[in-house]
Write a protein that binds this ligand. Structure first.
Ligand code: BGC
Length: 752
């Protein structure tokens, strides 16, 4: 049916029509209102490619979708640390969304990788909120530049798949504000996504889909979100509650059940009609803003997008190790080297994850074919293992050893089978399949000149790393991963990636070990007891050894960092720190380096992580070229969330600014002094004597009162700083009694 170009005023709609509008027509479309000439628009997955089901949109299913470019998953895109490149990927995603007459692409996902076990980590960017926010913003800006919308998901604290539809994430506010919300905040405040998708789970007992604090106070009032909040598919548990909390669109539709409940709630006075009007208005606005693109869908250049997918896959591939063998690193492969390839995944690639994000690719490149094409001849190959770990593996290993023995270099392609990780469940261990490790061991024993290539959505531990002088982690690199990996191995492109997540030695080292995925049952809970110490914040603060640190990744050239400088201007909430460092390509090939800026606040009222990423820049330099990289830090970058004041604060004092190539490869640091803002909590009877003493107004008052009172016994004097004043008054310590304390509190409050 025809759609209006302009917004239908909500005042023209009946109560029933408004209620119908705030839940979907079917699985992927919004409601249509025939009497008003208002058509449906379509929202579909996402995030790294369009998944528009071929079948009728009136049912759920992961069956065939129209062909679309499967770009690298977020795990690979996050590892690019390249916001411009990611934006170009977003533009291509937007063009394909538009060409298919879809109005909103359901992505990106910027949930934090709290545990490497999360089955959906392939769809998320990083363990770090700063990086997640920048990559997410690049994607949203790109997608929306095509005149279609993005859906920033899953808001919020959806960090596991186990019981994801019910579990309550028990998280203190400081941890939410510093770790789990900032990526959403950055994307919302800098790109205004057309939609934000709330998650299924509860946060501190309240479903995200009916949490007014999350959906209205934080998202709209604090961050200024102007778009529409859509539910994750089926996340609404009580439609009227959701509307009241700030949810605008329930998806998928519920065959009129939600509409009926909303109408009844308005009639009974339980739901204010004004709240329904607000939600309906936002749906109307979304439908209206989708119209120009629907009227002119255009076409998408699928060949060009495949080329872009290939570029992005290489840019997100992380060269973890490239240790010289006989005096020279194995990568890039020496021209003319006799090559052998082992590993089923080299010819049967795994390049995307399972679940709602599964794209029907336009074409798929495999490494074996791509290498053969590049080299102009077939490369000796043995599968080495079966992906499902079948009985034939012993014979396959023998064959692999034979093929590998005759080669100068053997590329061993390993990874997680599709069945090992998916949306909908979490992993229980971090190991590669035993049959794959056995194949590697056998091959390496026969020929130690081994390059391991990895394809996996979530981190795997690498107790076998000593067997492989070179290791290339490609994550799940999309449909062009095979040709991109060939480019990287042959040195036609550099491996441009840096780790967006730490690779630990063991599962037991991980921050949430023992508290992931939480306590089962109803209501299930998961306690985020590690607080803000997530990812490298945990490993670095606890000085733990890791296999490969956050930010790590080698290229094919070398970079030198000069000593960084930092200039402070302003103070408190207006402070700015301009960090500058000169970086030089001292190698012989053109390449890029990711200059990472971390801050440390060694003295603070709260425990802060040893270091936190607050800026980065990816620079591409010719051999011998050098460039000054500058990163400007603002007050927010130096702040922490004060649990008592419930706001961001800049605590004055010394900050260390560290600049480097990973969280463990710091090339220089500089200390700056920053004038902070006053951090005094209001004083009352319940404030401790210690809190009174450090307070600029209360301190002199309380010292005066103590001096006037009887001397406090020396042993007791050591204990009383931690006592609330009301106890001192009740015990008569220092001459205080309830009346004199009340007078003191009144005097302090009057003085400000
Ligand atoms: C997933 C979302 C997805 C939606 C629609 C949900 O189960 O959590 O990420 O966008 O389904 O397929």
């Amino acid at each position: 049916m025809a759609s209006h170009e302009t917004t239908t005023p909500v005042a023209d709609l009946t109560l029933e029509e408004k209620a119908a509008l705030v839940s979907g027509r079917d699985f992927w479309r919004t409601a249509q209102l025939e009497g008003h000439g208002l058509g449906s628009i379509m929202l579909t997955d996402g995030p790294h490619g369009l998944r528009k089901q071929v079948a009728d949109p009136d049912r759920i299913g992961l069956e065939a979708a129209v062909p679309a470019t499967c770009f690298p998953t977020a795990a690979t895109l996050g590892s690019t640390w390249d916001v411009d490149l990611v934006r170009r990927v977003g533009e291509a995603l937007g063009a394909q969304t538009r060409a298919n007459q879809v109005s909103v692409l359901l992505g990106p996902g910027v949930n934090i990788k709290r545990s490497p076990l999360c089955g959906r980590n392939f769809e998320y960017v990083s363990e770090d909120p700063y990086l997640s926010g920048r990559i997410g913003a690049g994607l949203v800006a790109g997608i929306q530049s095509a005149g279609v919308g993005a859906s920033l998901k899953h808001f919020a604290a959806n960090n596991q798949e186990t019981d994801r539809m019910r579990v309550s994430a028990e998280v203190d506010e400081r941890t939410l504000r510093e770790i789990y919300l900032p990526a959403f905040e950055h994307v919302v405040t800098t790109t205004q996504p057309w939609t934000v998708m709330c998650s299924y789970n509860r946060i501190n007992g309240v479903h995200a889909s009916r949490d007014p604090w999350l959906l209205t106070t934080v998202l709209r009032e604090e961050w200024g979100f102007e778009g529409l909040v859509v539910s994750d598919w089926g996340a609404v548990v009580d439609a009227p509650d959701s509307v009241a909390a700030g949810l605008d669109l329930e998806m998928p539709g519920t065959a009129g059940r939600s509409a009926a409940a909303i109408v009844a709630a308005v009639r009974s006075g339980r739901l204010a009609e004004a709240d329904l009007d607000t939600a309906a208005t936002r749906v109307l606005a979304l439908v209206a803003r989708a119209q120009p693109a629907l009227a002119e869908p255009g076409t998408a250049d699928l060949d060009a997008h495949h080329v872009l997918a290939r570029e992005a896959a290489a840019a997100g591939s992380v060269l973890l190790a490239n240790t010289p063998v006989d005096g020279a690193p194995l990568l890039p492969l020496a021209p003319g080297a006799r090559l052998a390839v082992v590993g089923e995944l080299a010819r049967s690639p795994r390049y995307q994850g399972a679940g709602s994000s599964q794209v029907t690719p336009t074409q798929v490149d495999d490494l074996l074919t791509a290498l053969g094409e590049r080299l102009g001849a077939d490369v000796p190959f043995a599968p080495g293992y079966t992906v499902d770990g079948g009985d034939a593996d012993a014979a396959l290993r023998e064959d692999a050893v034979r093929v590998a023995s005759g080669a100068d270099v053997v590329v061993v392609f390993l990874g997680l089978p599709a069945a090992a990780e998916s949306e909908g469940f979490d992993r229980t261990h971090l190991d590669l399949p035993a049959n794959q490790v056995a194949a590697l061991e056998a091959v390496a024993a026969a020929n130690p000149r081994v390059v391991v290539v990895l394809a996996n959505g979530g981190v795997v531990t690498m107790p076998w790393a000593h067997r492989a002088p070179a290791i290339l982690e490609t994550w799940l690199g999309g449909q062009a991963a095979g040709s991109a990996i060939a480019d990287v191995l042959l040195g036609l492109r550099e491996p441009g990636g840096r780790l967006a997540e730490t690779i630990p030695h063991r599962l037991v080292d991980t921050p949430s070990f023992g508290a992931f995925p939480g306590d089962p049952g109803r209501p299930g809970t998961v306690r985020y007891g590690e607080g803000v110490l997530v990812g490298y914040r945990w490993y670095d603060t606890r000085e733990m050894d890791v296999a490969f640190p956050f930010g790590h990744g080698l290229g094919y050239t070398r970079f030198e960092f000069a000593s960084p400088t930092a200039t402070v201007t302003g103070a408190g909430r207006d402070v700015e720190v301009r960090v500058a460092v000169r970086v030089t390509n001292t190698g012989t090939r053109t390449g890029s380096e990711v200059v990472q800026v971390y801050i440390a606040d060694p003295e603070s009222q709260v425990t802060r992580p040893t270091r936190e990423l607050k800026g980065f820049a990816k620079v591409r330099l010719e051999p011998g070229e050098s460039r000054e990289v500058t990163v400007t830090l603002g007050a927010r970058d130096l702040s922490y969330w004060h649990p008592g004041l419930r706001r961001w604060v800049v605590e004055g004092g010394a900050f260390r600014i560290e600049v480097g190539a990973s969280s463990r490869d710091l090339r220089g640091s500089v200390e700056v002094q920053v004038d902070g803002e006053p951090l005094w909590l209001p004083l009352d009877e319940d404030s401790t004597l210690g809190e009174w003493r450090v307070h600029p107004v209360g301190g002199p008052l309380v010292e005066r009162a103590l001096a006037a009172g009887p001397a406090v016994d020396a042993g007791l004097a050591a204990m009383i700083d931690e006592m609330p004043m009301r106890l001192l008054a009740s015990f008569g310590i220092g001459g205080f009694d309830p009346q004199s304390l009340a007078a003191l509190v009144a005097e302090a409050q009057a003085a400000g």
